[in-house]
Design a protein around this ligand. Structure first.
Ligand code: ARG
Length: 398
């Protein structure tokens, strides 16, 4: 009896030809896993393509709720943005896909797990490290990395072997999509000076005009979004709805050069309207309910969290410990935000919470305030001593 490999199958060219390649080169049967994290692909068609391409079995695994609850929600609470910009849509889906692959491999008694990552990106690290953590006994097969085919060769291989594929030969872009965002790279985007052509955008095709605007109101409870315009709403509906509603204004486009874990810089474009709005709204709510010291310390935790997610270190003690800190910090992050959507932009225009620490009587510049500036003088006297002493000793850092 042949051994079995479970392959993370996307329905695209690379994973389609991988089925035959694994069968030929490893003499293994291939079971395909299509993990649904909210990508808009037609998974039933992809299922059929897997079977037609020689998979002995294929499974569509609905991981949408888990993706939102266990990966997107923690991302909102932690305000994670890699290098201050990328909301990590591709990166946070990887540990979930790994988890699902391992579950399927166990239930089928498989000996290996396979993925379609190239040898140049971050995703191979996230898959390999995740698999080795959850299932160190399983063999890892990465056809793209081991085989190193060009795109033309891959198309030719599919044609020769009668493998049905669903690629538009002309599209030069590599795309990854799920609820939290759409990542686009390659082609003309590899020139960091080249402005991205409009054709690459799908979620943020602009149908609104300059001067168009509308307001939405978001409600948060304990750090999580729970309502839109006063009505409670599920996470999935909110995220999908915001992607559509804000996408029409061109909100959520990110253009950046990022540092990959494997040492090179790469230019990537993201479309993440819901992620951009929800994280900014959450941050602004935190700005009124968290005290200064907690807020500032949380920034450090958020940076570390973003970095470890990017590096594929989800299944680690550090992530668990940082997450406890984040969860604990969310007790009073309950309130409402008013947000103005406008052409290619959005702004939080109002924030409100029963737990707000903002005290207007202290903050006001009107005459009848409660703040006594006499105390400021004494406070500054003491706060400034170290620098006064340096100054007296002539140690001035100009
Ligand atoms: N650079 C992003 C990351 O490492 C996205 C990778 C996938 N991008 C793509 N266009 N296929 O998380």
């Amino acid at each position: 009896m042949n051994k079995t490999a479970v392959l993370a199958y996307s329905g695209g060219l690379d994973t389609s030809i991988s089925i035959k390649w694994i069968k030929d080169n490893y003499k293994m049967d291939v079971i395909c896993a299509l993990v649904d994290c909210g990508q808009p692909d037609n998974l039933d068609e992809a299922y059929q393509r897997a079977i037609d391409a020689g998979a002995s079995e294929a499974f569509i695994i609905d991981a949408k709720d888990e993706f939102v609850n266990d990966f997107i929600y923690p991302s909102i609470k932690s305000n994670v943005k890699y290098e201050k910009k990328y909301p990590l849509a591709t990166a946070i889906a990887r540990p979930l896909i790994v988890k699902k692959l391992v579950e399927l491999a166990r239930s089928k008694g498989a000996e290996a797990l396979a993925h379609g990552c190239t040898g140049k990106g971050n995703d191979q690290v996230r898959f390999d490290v995740g698999i080795r953590t959850l299932a160190p006994d399983l063999k890892i097969i990465a056809p793209q990395r081991e085989w190193n085919l060009s795109r033309e060769d891959a198309i030719e291989y599919a044609r020769k072997n009668n493998i049905k594929i669903n690629v538009n030969k002309k599209s030069p872009y590599s795309i990854d999509e799920n609820f939290w965002g759409r990542s686009i790279e390659c082609g003309v985007l590899e020139d960091p000076w080249a402005e991205p052509p409009e054709e690459i955008y799908k979620w943020t095709k602009i149908t609104r005009e300059t001067g168009d605007y509308e307001y939405i109101e978001l409600g948060f409870e304990n750090g999580l979004p729970v309502s839109l315009n006063g009505k409670s709403i599920s996470g999935i509906d909110l995220i999908m709805g915001l992607n559509q509603q804000a996408g029409k204004y061109g909100i959520g486009r990110i253009d950046m050069v990022e540092n990959r874990l494997i040492g090179i810089k790469s230019r990537e474009i993201y479309e993440s309207p819901a992620a951009e709005i929800l994280i900014e709204a959450h941050r602004q709510l935190e700005s009124i309910v968290l005290d200064r010291e907690l807020l500032h310390y949380k920034y450090l935790i958020e940076e570390k969290m973003a970095e470890l997610i990017y590096y594929g270190l989800w299944f680690t003690p550090l992530r668990k410990c940082l997450m406890s800190f984040i969860d604990e910090s969310q007790e009073y992050v309950t309130g409402r935000l008013k947000i103005r959507l406008e052409y290619k932009n959005f702004r939080v225009s109002g924030r409100k919470s029963d737990f707000s620490l903002y005290d207007r009587d202290l903050a006001t510049y009107d005459r009848k305030d409660k703040f006594d500036p006499v105390h400021s003088e004494s406070f500054i006297k003491i706060f400034g001593y170290p620098y006064e002493i340096l100054g007296r000793k002539g140690r001035i850092n100009e």
